[in-house]
Design a protein around this ligand. Sequence first.
Ligand SMILES: Nc1ncnc2c1ncn2[C@@H]1O[C@H](COP(=O)(O)OP(=O)(O)O)[C@@H](O)[C@H]1O
Ligand SMILES: [Mg+2]
Length: 282
Amino acid sequence: MTLSKPVANDVHAPNPNTDEIRQQLPLVSVRNLKVAYNEDAVVLDGVDLELFPGEMVALLGSSGSGKSTLMKSLTGFAPVSGGEARVVGFDLKNLQRGQLRDVRASVGQVFQQFNLVGRLSVLTNVLTGALHNAGPLNLVGGFTSAHRKRALELLDRVGIAHKAKDQARTLSGGQQQRVAIARALMQSPKLILADEPVASLDPKMSHSVLELLQQIAREDGIPVLVSLHVLPLALQHSDRIIGLRHGEVLVSAPTRQLDAAALQPLYEHDAEEGDADGALAA
Ligand SMILES: Nc1ncnc2c1ncn2[C@@H]1O[C@H](COP(=O)(O)OP(=O)(O)O)[C@@H](O)[C@H]1O
Ligand SMILES: [Mg+2]
């Protein structure tokens, strides 16, 4: 079932290129996806998902609905047990030797806990993004001056070039997430997956990090799939929303057609589990 509700006053700023986007080929095309860890653990069933160049898509659903599993399945960290999954030009069900590495090199990932190496400098953390494409390199000595120049440009782009020499662990959460985003960009990704990237940040930082991701989607023309558990953030910072409920897609619509009431069914009966309140908080 797909829920979508027209909204009279369109307060969102839709991606100006939405119509053009749909005429391009999707970077991710998932049909009838099933993910089962074993016979008793079918986590996703019948999931359809397409991601187009330049769009920011929010993935919603209460805890345990399958958001992280869906993201993991796109990079082969969760099994594609049924259906079809094409990601950045590869058929995940028929990968040739070495192609899984190519898929992962093309997908930039951003995580809730940033996953930086705290004792290393901000610059070195960004440089490690280049390792995906470069084969084995000496972590400190093996980067070229071109790598360093690019890493510094990316730090400038995410607004923290002045922190390049600092140890990553000395930065605030919002700054660390910007480093993680610069590291993902260092891969020259064709797709970015961000799993709860603002769950550890305060509201102001959350907005600015999501704005940055949305800007990257538009400027670089790559899809960004971002899981969120705070509805107002999703409504404000996405072009489209996919809502999961118990491993199935319950909502799939352009964000400008949705409001909090239309998304409520994603969290129904969760109140006693203490989940809905958090999701609906501003
Ligand atoms: N490796 C695994 N083996 C078995 N079950 C798993 C595994 N990973 C996740 N699950 C189950 O899959 C369901 C969805 O989890 P997850 O994708 O983490 O949801 P979300 O990110 O929406 O909170 C949960 O019931 C979880 O227990
Ligand atoms: Mg999760």
